[in-house]
Ligand binder design. Structure first.
Ligand SMILES: Cc1ncc(COP(=O)(O)O)c(C=O)c1O
Length: 371
C-alpha cells in the first residue's frame, strides 16, 4: 500500500512538543486581554520577521480579517472589494462586519486580483479592498495601493497562504494598512488554529487589541464591538517555534516547486505557476492549469491521481459568487470561472521528497497523454 501524499500537512518536531509542555507546566494558558507572555513574544517575533511595527495575534485567519474590518470601521452600507477566487472566509469576514462583498475578477496568470477590474468596481460606497495572495504569490500591491490611495480606501491584505512571500523585496505583512495571516494546519507555518494581523500604524494596533477581547479599552469596560478572538498561550508557544523553522520550510517548498517545474516543463496544454519579477512566491500550493485540448480533462486527472494516493486538490472549484450564500452578490467574472474549471494544486510541502515529486510528475504525464 502506497503512502498517501497529502496536499499539505503540519511539520512538527520535538521543539514544539517541548514548548507546549513548558506552557502546560507553567500553567498560564490564556490572559484576559489576550496578551499573555507567549502571545506577546510571538507577536514581537512575527512583527520583526515580516518587518512590520506591530503584530496582533488572534485565534484564526478569519478572526484576523473580521477584526481588521471592524478596526477600519467597515459596516452596514459599505462595500468591500475582494476576489471570488479565494477561500470563503475572505467574503465571510465582510458579511460578519455587516458590509457588502463586491467581487473582482482575477489576472489569469497570477490568479490574484485584476487591478483594472478593481477600478471598474469602485463606487461611492467602497470602503476597503482585500487582495488575496493566492497560493502564496503576492498580488500586485504597488498598483493596488496606488488605486486605494487615489480613492481613499483601506487595504487589508489576506496573506493567509503567504507567510514569507515578498513583493519588491519587502515581506508580505509590511506593506499595506493591515495584513492578515492564518496558522491553520495547512499553512506554511501552523499553530493548529490561529491568526495574526500586522500593521505599521500604532492606533490600528491598539484598536485590534481591543477588538480581540470584547472591545475593552480596559478590563471589563467595552468601548466598541469586539469578540473573543484571543490566541491561547499554547498556540503562541508553538507559533514561536514554527516561525524559527519557517525559513527552512520555505526553502524546501521552493526547491520542491522548482523541481516540479523542471519535471513538467514543455508539456503541451499544461500551464505551470508563474513568479513575476519582483515577487517571491511562498509556495503554499503549486497550482497548474490545463489548457487547450487538456482543458476538459481536469476532473479526470484529479480523480486518477487521487486513486493513486496523490492528494491533489482544486482550490477553488466553486468560486464564492456561485455559493448559495453569496449568489445574491451577482458578478460577471469570466477569468475566475475559467480558472475554477481548469486549475489543480499539487503538494510541495516540506515533507514531500524528490522521489515523491518524481512519482507525481510521472503519473500526471501518463494521465495527460492518455486519450
Ligand atoms: C485565503 C484564505 N483566507 C482566509 C483563511 C481563513 O483562515 P482560518 O482558517 O485560519 O480562519 C484561509 C485559510 O483557511 C485562506 O486560505
Amino acid at each position: 500500500m502506497k503512502v498517501v501524499l497529502r496536499i499539505n500537512q503540519p511539520n512538527l518536531g520535538e521543539e514544539e512538543v517541548e514548548a507546549a509542555t513548558d506552557v502546560l507546566r507553567e500553567g498560564i494558558l490564556t490572559h484576559k486581554s489576550g496578551a499573555g507572555p507567549r502571545v506577546l513574544q510571538f507577536e514581537r517575533e512575527f512583527a520583526s520577521y515580516v518587518g512590520a511595527r506591530f503584530a496582533v495575534a488572534v485565534n484564526s485567519g478569519t478572526a484576523a480579517l473580521h477584526a481588521s474590518l471592524l478596526a477600519s470601521d467597515v459596516g452596514p452600507g459599505d462595500e468591500v472589494l475582494l476576489p471570488s477566487f479565494t477561500f470563503s472566509a475572505t467574503a465571510e469576514a465582510i458579511l460578519l462586519a455587516g458590509a457588502r462583498p463586491v467581487f473582482v475578477d482575477i489576472d489569469p496568470k497570477t490568479y490574484c486580483m485584476d487591478v483594472e477590474n478593481i477600478e471598474e468596481k469602485i463606487t461611492g460606497r467602497t470602503k476597503a479592498i482585500i487582495p488575496v495572495h493566492l497560493y502564496g504569490l503576492p498580488a500586485d500591491m504597488d498598483l493596488i495601493n496606488e488605486v486605494a490611495k487615489r480613492n481613499d480606501l483601506v487595504v487589508i491584505e489576506d496573506g493567509a497562504q503567504a507567510h514569507g512571500a515578498e513583493y519588491q523585496k519587502r515581506k508580505i505583512g509590511s506593506i499595506s494598512d493591515m495584513t492578515c495571516f492564518s496558522f491553520y494546519g495547512t499553512k506554511n507555518m501552523t499553530t493548529g488554529e490561529g491568526g495574526m494581523i500586522t500593521t505599521n500604524d500604532g492606533e490600528i494596533a491598539e484598536r485590534l487589541r481591543a477588538i480581540r477581547s470584547h472591545g475593552e479599552e480596559r478590563p471589563y469596560t467595552s468601548s466598541r464591538l469586539g469578540h473573543n478572538y484571543r490566541m491561547p498561550e499554547l498556540s503562541a508557544a508553538i507559533g514561536s517555534v514554527q516561525l524559527k523553522k519557517l525559513p527552512t520550510f520555505l526553502e524546501r517548498r521552493r526547491k520542491n516547486a522548482l523541481y516540479l517545474t523542471k519535471s513538467l516543463e514543455n508539456i503541451k496544454g499544461l500551464e505551470l505557476p508563474s513568479e513575476p519579477e519582483n515577487r517571491k512566491h511562498a509556495w503554499n500550493l503549486y497550482t497548474i492549469r490545463l489548457r487547450g485540448s487538456n482543458a476538459g480533462k481536469r476532473n479526470r486527472i484529479v480523480q486518477k491521481l487521487r486513486s493513486r494516493n496523490i492528494e491533489v486538490t482544486v482550490y477553488y472549484e466553486t468560486p464564492i459568487h456561485f455559493m448559495p450564500l453569496y449568489r445574491r452578490f451577482r458578478s460577471h467574472l469570466p477569468e475566475t470561472e475559467r480558472a475554477a474549471r481548469q486549475v489543480l494544486s499539487l503538494p510541495v510541502h516540506p515533507s514531500i521528497t524528490l522521489k515523491d515529486l518524481d512519482r507525481i510528475a510521472t503519473e500526471l504525464k501518463r494521465i495527460i497523454l492518455e486519450r
